[in-house]
Write a protein that binds this ligand. Sequence first.
Ligand code: ADE
Length: 346
Amino acid sequence: MSNSSSSPKNIPRDPSQEADDQVLDLALRPSKFEEYIGQENAKKNLSILVGAAKKRGEALDHILIHGPAGLGKTTLAYIIAKEFGTGIRITSGAALEKAGDIGSILTGLTDGDFLFIDEVHRLNKAVEETLYPAMENCSLDIIIGKGNSAKTLQIKLPRFTLIAATTRISLLSNPFRSRFGASYKLDFYDQPEMEKIVARSAKLLNIPIVPDAISAVAKASRFTPRIANRLLKRARDYAQFKNTEQVTDKIAVEALELLGIDEIGLENTDRKIMEVIAKNFNGGPAGLKSIAAAVAEEEDTIEDVYEPYLMRLGLLIRTSRGRIITESAYKHLGMEKPDNQQASLL
Ligand code: ADE
C-alpha cells in the first residue's frame, strides 16, 4: 500500500476556497458508502464492484466517473480505496505535463493501489498514450531514442486501478474511454438529499441550525454538496457575527443575500447570462462566444459551472443554434417575454 495518506498536492487549489474551508471539507467528507447520501445508482454499482474484486482478491477494473463539478467524484474515489483497503494517489489532468510525470507516479504505486486523476479531460496526448499500456497490461512503455534507432523499454507496473473523473466526458477520446471497465454518471442531487447533506454537515461541525434554515441553505446550493457546505459555513459565520446562537431562517436568508445568492441559488453571473440573452439577443439563440464576451467569463466556465444549473432549473436551453432562455427565466428576472422570440426553438 502506498500513499494512503497522500495529500492532494497535485491538484491546483481553488483560489476562492480558503484554507480553513479545505480542512473542514475533509472533516465533512463521508468515508463509507453508507455515509454517502444520494447517487444511489453509482453507489450501488461501485459497492458491488469493490465487494466482488475483494472476494476474488483482484484489483478493480478502471473506473470513470463523470458529471458536474462538486457532486462528490473525489469523495467516491476515497471511499472506494478505503473500502477496498488499499492506498490512493491523487493527481489531476492539468498537473501531468509530460509522459515522465505519469511514469514516476505509476512506478511509485503498489499492488492494488488506486490512482485518481481529476479533470482527466485535460490530459495531453503524450500522457494519455502512456496510460494506455499501463491500463491494459500494467506496462510502462518508455521510448528511448528517435527515428529508426528508437527502442521501447518496458517496465512492469503493479496491478493498479485508475479512477478518472471529468466534468466533460465528451472531450475524452474513444480509445481512452473504451479502456474503462466501469463508467458512472453523477447527477445533481434533489432537494431532500441536499437537506440531508446540510443537516449531516451541521451536525459534524456542531452548528445549531433550524429546519427552515437547512431548507434555505439546501435550496440555494445548486443541488451541489460542495456549495452547500460552503454556504452552511458562511451562514454560521454570519450567526456568530450577529451574536446569534443558532442559524435561524432569517440569518440564513440574510447571509445568502450578502453573498449575492438568491433563493434559488443564482449568482450575479447566472442572472447576467440570462439578461444578456434577453436584452442583446431577444431571448436567443445566442452563441457561447458572444455570451462569454458580454459577461466577461471564460467559455469553459459558462459551459461547466453556470449552464448545467440553469438548464437543470429549466431557465436555459442549449440548442444547435445557440442558447435560449425560457419563460421561467423571464419571470425570474421580472421581465416580460417578447412575443417575437423564436418560438420554434422552445
Ligand atoms: N458531502 C459531500 N458529498 C456528500 C454526499 N453525497 N453525502 C454526504 N456528505 C457529502
